[in-house]
Design a protein around this ligand. Structure first.
Ligand code: GLN
Length: 313
């Protein structure tokens, strides 16, 4: 049976109502700004490849994109260098380790394995075209904006909070550089990576950004082609393998859609050719994924019967 607008709306409002008060988890606090975001916030949004948007709860609240930015910087680096170079330079596999693991880097002689962990994302940022940090940053901000279909902005508060506490990521950048796996000045790559994590988005923005991937790289609202269609499957494959870090296997097993999380509390999932689902709520599980956002996105996917591995459902 075709899915009606009413079904889509009900799936979003129902998932929000069922999960907005889910207990458990804790705001990230290693970035001071994130500890201060009200924990009760919860928003859910869905965007279709036809350009429809449905939302519930705090879906317009703007929060830090954090690691969900890794998807869009990967897209930008892939546009510039091609999927084969990305797989060779960074890798396309699961690490089985936390997102900021140094051990994962050491175990593979400096190869990050995935562009969606911090090491791989810093390496991806180092591959973004631009002769200066500001030129690279302009390209990243423009890319995030074209995916979202509106001008995305840096939060000075988030960026300052991260730039003054990101010592671990600076260590990762230097370690990559020592192995020849950081492709620009490492502190420049780390600076640009930190800025890309510090932009503000809403659950609605994330749904539209995901729907641009679902739509083969064309933004369903602006109709602009943001990336080549040929690169989309590689990006979605990376999301399946590492999008939710050590939670990626459970997510693939139980939800079956490429997803990406951020420690700001966002989760985005893509049903290729159909739609994207996004949710936001700050408290995180041990892997760094939002407890309520995961539950809400999974609920919408299940209600609508979208699972990549069960396409007839
Ligand atoms: N900016 C954060 C960091 O580098 C992003 C981590 C995340 O969202 N998983 O640690």
């Amino acid at each position: 049976m075709p899915i009606s607008d009413e079904d889509l709306r009900n799936a979003v409002t129902g998932a929000h109502a069922r999960h907005k008060d889910d207990p458990g988890g804790k705001n990230a606090d290693y970035i001071p700004y994130l500890a201060s975001v009200p924990s009760h916030l919860c928003g859910v949004a869905l965007a279709t490849t036809g350009g429809q948007v449905f939302k519930a709860g705090d879906a317009d609240y703007q929060f830090a994109i954090e690691s969900i930015s890794k998807v869009f910087t990967l897209a930008l680096a892939m546009e510039a260098h091609g999927p084969d170079a990305l797989r060779e330079k960074i890798g396309a596999a699961a690490t089985g380790m936390p997102f900021n693991s140094v051990m994962a880097i050491e175990l593979h002689q400096g190869k990050p394995l995935s562009p969606l962990v911090n090491a791989g994302a810093i390496a991806a940022a180092s591959l973004v075209p631009g002769d200066t940090a500001d030129a690279m940053w302009a390209n990243i901000l423009d890319c995030q904006s074209r995916f979202a279909g509106r001008r995305i902005a840096l939060s000075d508060a988030v960026n300052t909070s991260e730039q003054t506490t990101n010592f671990h990521n600076r260590g990762i950048a230097w370690l990559l550089y020592s192995y020849g796996r950081c492709f620009s000045d490492p502190m420049r790559a780390c600076d640009v990576y930190t800025r890309q994590c510090s932009t503000l988005v809403s659950a609605v923005d994330l749904a539209v950004m995901g729907a641009t991937l679902a739509n083969g790289g064309v933004n369903p609202l602006t109709k602009e082609r943001v990336i080549q269609a040929a690169n989309v499957p590689h990006i979605l494959a990376d999301m399946v393998m590492e999008g939710l870090y050590t939670g990626s296997g459970r997510w693939a097993y139980t939800v079956g859609l490429p997803g990406k999380s951020g420690v700001g509390g966002g989760v985005m999932a893509v049903a290729p050719g159909i739609l994207a689902i996004a949710a936001f709520s700050p408290p995180l599980d041990d892997a760094g994924n939002s407890v309520r956002a995961q539950a809400a996105v999974a609920d919408v996917a299940r209600t609508l019967g979208y699972n990549l591995f069960a396409p007839a459902a």
